[in-house]
Design a protein around this ligand. Structure first.
Ligand SMILES: [Zn+2]
Length: 271
């Protein structure tokens, strides 16, 4: 069985990457939790397709760490909402990002995939979303991103180099439209499924109070993905990493779309 990592193409420069993909901001998130049993602070790094109620935005994102009971109470409506769209309630974790999220992109967004933050989920177009939905892919969701600043130039043009030399400053130095009404819609592809842990990173313990997982950490081992680690999902995160993998079957389905700005790289690399 083959697995493929989906990732951004190599652009040759950070300017080009920034120009094509932009930057995403997630200003709102669920509170963090301090666990009395394991002493761990839970930190999730995924998004939920859940709009943070305006009245709670400041309060919820600036909240002190909560106890598990407080967290369970405050997030009850979030769990109900995600279950309604077919997700497991366990995807609601401390520090999860909520909507709205904002994309600032210095060029005109045209690609099927955007990578506005390294080590984080890609954004996809309606057409990619439609494909994944028609295939009934499990353990994923789509969180619509608000396009906040959008450039006017084709992403195929050479990337401008800002006066400061900082790639992140490109957006401030090109002409952009704020909250454009027309154009593409993009969705963060939220991937919740996971593989088993790779060799060298076996599960040591699970906290019975908060569910926090403690893994072994063998530094020298090279990461692999094998059939015995597979949990039956077509798209998933390699446990203990941020690497998104797809099965051969899903890769073939996605490639029928001839999607732009994405690469499928065999994992682990056969070279
Ligand atoms: Zn715990």
């Amino acid at each position: 069985m083959k697995f493929w990592q989906i990732e951004a193409p190599h652009y040759g420069s950070d300017y080009k990457s920034l120009f094509i993909n932009g930057l995403i901001e997630h200003p709102y998130n669920l509170p963090s939790v301090d666990c009395d049993s394991c002493g761990q602070r839970f930190l999730a790094d995924h998004s939920l397709p859940y709009e943070c109620p305006p009245a709670f935005r400041k309060k919820i994102s600036n909240s002190e760490a909560l106890t598990i009971e407080e967290f369970e109470n405050i997030t009850e409506p979030v769990r109900r909402a995600v279950q309604k769209i077919g997700l497991r309630k366990e995807v609601v974790q401390p520090r999860c990002f909520l909507l709205p999220s904002f994309l600032d992109i210095p060029s005109k967004p045209e690609a099927d995939f955007l990578w506005p933050s390294s080590g984080f989920s890609p954004l996809v177009t309606e057409r990619v979303r439609g494909k994944l939905e028609s295939l009934k892919i499990r353990e994923i969701a789509f969180a619509e991103v608000t396009l906040r600043k959008v450039g006017k130039k084709s992403p195929k043009l050479p990337a401008p180099i800002p006066s400061t030399g900082e790639p992140g400053d490109i957006i401030g130095e090109v002409s952009t439209t704020r909250f454009p009404k027309t154009g593409h819609t993009y969705f963060e592809l939220c991937v919740y499924g996971r593989s088993g842990p790779p060799p060298g990173r076996e599960l040591k313990s699970v906290c019975s109070t908060c569910g926090n997982k403690d893994f072994n950490w063998a530094r020298s081992k090279e990461l692999v993905m094998t059939e015995s680690m597979w949990t039956g999902l077509d798209i998933f995160v390699l446990e203990t990493t941020a690497i998104i993998l797809v099965t051969d079957k899903l890769k073939q389905e996605l490639q029928k779309l001839r999607p732009t700005n994405v690469e499928f790289v065999e994992f682990p690399s056969s070279r």
